[in-house]
Design a protein around this ligand. Structure first.
Ligand SMILES: [Zn+2]
Ligand SMILES: [Zn+2]
Length: 339
């Protein structure tokens, strides 16, 4: 099979992913072999490549927003049949035994493996995964549309749940890329009387136009003060400053959820009175559980979420990652294997 592999920590600008021929992976007992048709391009890949969230081995195949068809089953696998369309997300495996797993927080499991970081992912024509960590994909989505739902969508959904959002509240979204443009659609559907304020980098006209199209109630730049305080905010940016900005604009008792695996710049010093007093809260979102995916995919079909997708070929993965880093992809970037 063809695969784009990462051999070592590098800067994304060096175009470090290398196109190679690898033997097709063989599913072990409980695994399925999946022929990949689409794989989304995620900010986490930038963190993996540049060493902020380093893969546990090299070479490795990145990619954790995988859509494909079941090609074959391991001897102990029975949940899917050949030809079924499935998705694979960031959580690749969890122990099922530890205190976190037992209370449904497998996203915090110490032994968990992450797709494309500890196990080969979807920047390739084939991949394997335990059948318990694959999900049926609702019919209404094409392969390309479904891919960004599996990370950008699922983790955005988890962040929205953690934010304490409710009907009639005001939600602030800092950054408007792959995840935020899905979250706004979920928020508008679940909370029809809520308002959503969107903050982008200045000059991100494409992102602003998309926010407008998707019903944002106000759109400004990251340093702006919105017309009303935020009850909840989600920060999707890779940098530290928007966290302090979100806290500054937060209503009393409000909460900021940080949706990032790593930050490339520190969160600036906080002023206790201005940023935290009055019971303001700050919380991160770490990884996803299977339940998040199982809840979100049918909801996405019901709404329906319409992901904006820009397609690249497998061999263009380096170029797609550079554009992502520069904030130049409107919606979500997806590698299409048919291309
Ligand atoms: Zn991701
Ligand atoms: Zn565990």
């Amino acid at each position: 099979m063809k695969a784009m592999v990462l051999n070592k920590i590098s800067s994304v600008e060096e175009k470090p992913l290398e196109l190679v021929d690898l033997p097709n992976p063989v599913p072990d007992s409980k695994q399925i072999l999946v022929r990949v048709s689409a794989c989304g391009v995620c900010h986490t890949e930038l963190d993996e490549i540049e060493g902020r969230a380093s893969p546990s081995r090299f070479p490795i195949v990145l990619g954790h927003e995988i859509v494909g068809k079941v090609e074959s089953l391991g001897p102990g696998a029975s949940r899917f049949k050949q030809g079924d369309r499935v998705g694979i997300a960031w959580i690749n495996w969890a122990c099922g035994q530890c205190s976190f797993c037992l209370r449904g927080e497998e996203n915090l499991c110490d032994k968990a493996k992450w797709t494309g970081k500890d196990a080969d992912g979807g920047y390739a024509q084939y991949t394997v995964v335990s059948e318990d960590f694959a999900y049926p994909i609702p019919e209404r989505f094409t392969d390309l549309e479904a891919a960004p739902l599996l990370c950008a969508g699922v983790i955005g959904y988890r962040a929205l749940k953690l934010s304490g959002m409710g009907n009639g509240k005001i939600l602030g979204l800092y950054g408007f890329g792959a995840s935020a443009h899905i979250v706004i659609q979920v928020a508008k559907y679940k909370y029809p009387n809520a308002k959503v304020f969107v903050f982008t980098r200045p000059n991100q006209e494409e992102h602003r136009n998309l926010a407008q199209k998707l019903g944002a109630d106000w759109i400004g730049a990251t340093g702006d003060t919105p017309p009303a305080k935020l009850n909840c905010a989600i920060d999707f940016t890779p940098v530290g400053m928007p966290v302090r900005e979100a806290l500054r604009n937060l209503e009393k008792g409000g909460r900021v959820v940080i949706n990032a695996i790593r930050k490339i710049t520190p969160i600036p010093e906080l002023d206790y009175t201005e940023h935290l007093w009055y019971e303001k809260e700050m919380k991160s979102v770490a990884n996803v559980t299977r339940r998040d995916a199982q809840e979100f995919l049918p909801l996405a079909a019901e709404i329906p979420i319409m992901p904006e997708v820009r397609e690249f070929g497998l061999q263009q993965a380096n170029e797609a990652l550079i554009l992502l880093k520069e904030g130049k992809i409107r919606g979500a970037g997806v590698l299409g294997m048919a291309r």
